[in-house]
Every structure is written in C-alpha cells, then in structure tokens.
Design a protein around this ligand. Structure first.
Ligand code: PGA
Length: 263
C-alpha cells in the first residue's frame, strides 16, 4: 500500500521562484518512488503557477485550507469547488495553527463536509495541546475526531485522512517529536473511534476495498529524515504530515525515500 507523505509549507517561501524550485527538486525524487504518494501543500498564491510543474500522479499539490461554501460573498476565501476545478485533490483541514486563529470544531466539520462533497480528500488534523498523566488527552482527541466527522458517511471515509499532530510536537518551539509509541497509542485510539462511529470491524486500511475502506492515519510533528521511517514502521500509520522538513527538498527527499522502502 502506498504511503501518503504530505508536505505542509505553511506560509513559506516568500518568492514564487523558490516555491517552483523546491517543488521541482521534490518532484524529481517523488516521481521515482512507486510506494509513495507525495502531496505538497504550498500557499494558495503559488498553486496556479506551480500546477504547470505537476506531471503524473506521484507528486501532486494540495491546499492548506478552504471555505465551506463553493461560491459567493466570502472575501478572502477560496472554495473547495475551485480547488476541484483546478484539479487539486487534497486539502488540509483543521490544522492546529488555524484552530489557534479561531477555527472551532463546528467549522472544521463544515469544511470537511464541503471538501468531501467537492470530491477532495480531506486531511483533517487533530491533536492535544499537552499530555496529562491521567490520559484526558485521549478523550479530547476522540471528541475532536467525532466532532470533525459529524455527518460524514461511511462511504466517504476513503476521502478522509486523519492526521494526528500533537501541538507540543509541532514547529520550531516543539518540546520534541512524539515517540513512536505516542503516535501508536493515538493511531489505535483513532481506529477504535472510527470503529465505534461506523461499526467497522477492523478499520486498518484506507485502501482495503470500497466498502471496507476506512480513513487513513498520518502522524505529524517534528518529522525529519531521521525519525520518519520509525513512525511508519512502528506507529501503524499510513503516512506523515511534514512541516519544516518539507521546505528542504533534500531532507524531504530523504523522508520520501525512506517511506518508499517500507512496505
Ligand atoms: P513540523 O510541522 O513538521 O514543522 O513540526 C508539522 C505541521 O504543523 O504540520
């Protein structure tokens, strides 16, 4: 099964030329890998320009956000239908940095429903701010998953990818990356939550067939060239959501290559 490796460029780089160069360098590696689906999510403003550089399916572009309606008086927003019409298939929804700007569970849920309806694959982010010894964070994550999936039908689960991103492990102020056991614990929790919600008996794979297909699970937070393989090997996940390291084509290329080796 292909691993899904998503690069979230956030609000970088500043120049279109840099964006193009980075993408070309990433694509050079990604297009040689059979076992990896690579998705690069640049800022919106570069997407139209960068689309010309996409060739084939192994390395494609995705968005970092979109609105809940497809057209109308929503100044500054971009719609799921626009993304679909441009041929972009993936969208990150509910990233903790957007939640920190005020995106609440209800809005995340509406965005997921709108994205799925437009035919996009939604990479929905969940994760706790901190870990408490009593395990309250597990309840918090399960509630986030339930809230985000409200109204999502079982048949649409193949269009959902759930990225576990503990906030304490994200970005340059991260305490540390999560351990592979931390990620494993939550990947099991998410699978159990999906099983509870959808009555799936063994929701292990997003490509397990049309009916049995469940949501894929990613880990994100301080993923780098050194730890990527370990998460993929030990945490029972389908891929990775990579921030800082995805802006360095050399490091991201290493991550992609290590993912390709894991069957
Ligand atoms: P990071 O970010 O890899 O830079 O920690 C991950 C993310 O925010 O998706």
């Amino acid at each position: 099964m292909k691993k899904l490796i998503v690069g979230n460029w956030k609000m970088s780089p500043i120049h279109a030329k840099d964006a193009r160069e980075k993408f070309v360098a990433i694509k050079k590696v990604a297009s040689t890998l059979r076992n990896v689906q690579t998705v690069v999510c640049p800022p919106f403003i570069f997407m139209g320009d960068m689309k010309k550089l996409v060739s084939g399916h192994r390395c494609v572009l995705g968005a970092q956000n979109a609105w809940i309606e497809n057209e109308g008086a929503y100044t500054g927003e971009v719609s799921p239908a626009m993304l679909a019409s441009m041929g972009f298939g993936y969208i990150i929804i509910g990233h903790s940095e957007r939640r920190a700007l005020g995106e609440i569970d209800e809005l995340v849920n509406k965005k997921i429903l709108a994205a799925v309806k437009a035919g996009l694959t939604a990479i929905m982010c969940v994760g706790e701010r901190e870990r408490d010894p009593d395990g309250e964070y597990l309840k918090y994550i399960a509630l986030q998953v339930r809230a985000a999936l409200k109204g999502v039908q079982r048949k649409d689960l193949t269009r959902i990818v759930i990225a576990y991103e503990p906030i304490w492990a994200i970005g340059k102020h991260a305490v540390r990356a999560a351990s592979t056991d931390d990620a494993l614990e939550v990947s099991i929790l998410i699978k159990k939550t999906l099983a509870d919600l959808y009555g799936l008996s063994a929701p292990t794979s997003r490509q397990a067939g049309k009916d049995g297909g469940s949501a894929g699970i990613l880990y994100g937070g301080s993923v780098d060239a050194k730890n990527a393989w370990e998460f993929l090997l030990k945490s029972h996940i389908d891929g990775l959501l990579v921030g800082r390291a995805s802006l360095d084509p050399k490091v991201f290329g290493e991550i992609l290559k290590s993912a390709d080796k894991i069957k």
